[in-house]
Design a protein around this ligand. Structure first.
Ligand code: PMP
Length: 429
């Protein structure tokens, strides 16, 4: 899979035109030209099993979603200041998947905007400024949410109104202590904040801790922390940009696995299968005053084409039983990965929920020290064998496997075959 002259030239032109802030995946980047279902095709006609892209979650170029977008583009595309039935129908359908306390839906275009809006509402409702996040969280790219996205690195300054707490940890914290530990860390963060005269407005977490290293278990561990932030007068914002829309298999939303009721739920990525749409589900009393004094208008957010895309995505998930499929195929993959890695000294854990899985690469089982070299080797080996994943976590040592929700057993078997080969030839440190 060596790069040819044409692709090397494109990499150079890309760097010149787009500048240094952009990153490419893989040692040998892929020049993709087409996608269909679980598969991506490159400019040489080679195909790749996409086990990473959670945006196209009902499949690349899903025909029902493409048809819905195309049809609506030819009928009407305006902003949301006219009466239109589809946005109301969709909001009602989405709210029906939520706890009854969440009574309104507000629409935007990206996950960042949804979190930015949720943050602004939380601060204006509580009349407080403090926000608590996990230490490697990612919540988005605007100035406000970059401040609560430590995974962007030290470059982004965090003011005194933001405190981080350690994410759960599957290797160093016993399972039964995850919930109590998270709540105890939250308590310390709140006390620390108060020393600076800052009161907590909200705890915001990605409910499956994607950028922290993927921590789904044990289901329910979020509850003590959510109870605590409520007792302290703050709000709980569930960031479902990654965990939402049936990804975890067991439940439609990640927070539902933890049996908690958020005050706001933010969502994006797979919501329109690639067409930009995001949203915030919210307790009506939180926006009663904001709605009058601040109002809300988003030029493109929730326009009829975006709503057509999102409606088609929901139709496909429900009609094709994709939540059940995520659970079934996800369990098959997880068991397969456990079998392939059992007894290895350099793999410490296989975990996940539904079609969102992690494999933690370590130097050895005595230290459980991160092994980024092994993770990098596996990711690039898989890519050379036509399977796409990536790595995450503080030590860049945790394989992140996040296939489309339409992945069935045949593709899962293909994935495991490639993984078996990659493990057999992987760099062992
Ligand atoms: N929250 C989470 C948990 C995310 O993973 C992301 C994107 N990686 C965002 C928010 C931001 O979404 P967007 O890129 O659509 O702005």
């Amino acid at each position: 899979a060596q790069l040819d002259a044409e692709d090397r030239a494109l990499i150079e032109r890309r760097l010149r035109a787009l500048g240094p802030a952009y990153r490419l995946f893989y040692e040998e980047p892929i020049h993709v030209v087409r996608g269909e279902g679980c598969w991506l095709y490159d400019n040489k006609g080679r195909k790749y099993l996409d086990a990473y892209n959670n945006v196209a979650s009902v499949g690349h170029c899903n025909p029902k979603v493409v048809a819905a977008i195309t049809r609506q583009l030819g009928i009407l595309n305006t902003h949301t200041r006219y009466l239109h039935e589809d946005i109301v129908n969709y909001a009602e359908r989405l709210l029906a998947t939520m706890p009854p306390q969440l009574g309104h839906m507000m629409f935007a275009c990206t996950g960042s905007e949804a979190n930015d809006l949720a943050l602004r509402i939380a601060r204006s409702f509580t009349r407080r400024q403090g926000v608590i996040i996990t230490s490697l969280a990612y919540h988005g790219l605007t100035e406000a949410v970059a401040e609560i996205s430590p995974s962007l690195g030290d470059y982004v300054q965090r003011g005194k109104r933001v405190r981080t707490i350690p994410a759960p940890n599957a290797l160093f914290v016993p399972m039964e202590e995850q919930g109590a530990k998270l709540a105890a860390d939250l308590k310390t963060a709140i006390e620390d904040m108060r020393k600076d005269g800052i009161e907590p407005a909200a705890l915001i977490v990605d409910t499956i801790f994607s950028s922290d290293g993927l921590y789904p278990d044990p289901a329910g561990f979020l509850k003590p922390a959510v109870d605590l932030i409520h007792a302290e007068g703050g709000l709980f914002i569930a960031d479902e940009v990654q965990a939402g829309f049936a990804r975890t298999g067991e439940k439609f939303w990640g927070f539902q696995r933890h049996d908690v009721i958020p005050d706001m739920v933010t969502m994006g990525k797979p919501m329109g299968n690639g067409f930009p749409i995001s949203g915030v589900a919210i307790r009506p009393d939180l926006v009663a005053e904001f709605g009058v004094r601040a109002r809300y208008f988003n030029t493109f957010g929730g326009n009829p084409v975006a709503i057509a895309a999102a409606t088609a995505v929901l139709d496909v998930i429900q009609e094709e039983g994709l939540q059940e499929n995520a659970e079934k195929t996800g369990n098959f993959l997880k068991e397969g990965l456990k079998a392939l890695t059992a007894g290895r000294q350099d793999i410490a854990d296989v975990r996940g929920s539904g079609l969102f899985l992690a494999v933690e690469c370590v130097v050895d089982r005595q230290t459980n020290a991160p092994n980024a070299a092994l993770a990098t080797s596996l990711v690039n080996n898989l890519r050379r064998n036509g399977v796409l994943i990536s790595a995450t976590g503080p030590g860049a040592n945790i394989l992140k496997i996040r296939p489309q929700l339409i992945m069935r057993q045949a593709e899962a078997e293909r994935f495991l075959e490639a993984m078996e080969k990659a493990l057999a030839t992987a760099h062992l440190s």
